[in-house]
Design a protein around this ligand. Structure first.
Ligand code: SF4
Length: 105
């Protein structure tokens, strides 16, 4: 076996394993519940239109997870996606929380 062939034999399965585990990790995340402490602490709602206006008077209904800097769905049109703040949960694209930061562009 040549040097290059041995390297390919060793690296290809390793790369496939890394990619496969990332895909598995994202698809295995649960959707966040609005009643979870991590969600209530930041006023998260699945629907930005249902945010408590008394608690968040400056909230803008146009601010939603899909146009927040922290939102990272697998595909742009996905209903649910990862959020930097809720690393082990998925948030709804129309959701909102008090840590909202508008995405540029
Ligand atoms: S940080 Fe952004 S993406 Fe995450 S829950 Fe709050 S508004 Fe949604």
């Amino acid at each position: 076996m040549s040097h290059v062939t041995r390297r390919v034999v060793l690296l290809v399965p390793l790369a496939a394993g890394v990619c496969g585990s990332q895909a598995y990790a994202q698809s295995s995340l649960k959707k966040v519940e609005e009643t979870e402490p991590k969600a209530t602490a930041i006023g998260y709602r699945h629907d930005s239109a249902k945010v408590d206006k008394a608690r968040y008077p400056k909230h803008d209904v146009a601010h939603r997870c899909y146009n927040c800097l922290a939102f990272a769905p697998d595909k742009p049109a996905d209903e649910w996606g990862e959020c930097d703040l809720m690393s082990d949960r998925l948030v709804h694209r129309n959701g909102w929380c008090s840590s909202y930061k508008k995405k540029k562009g």
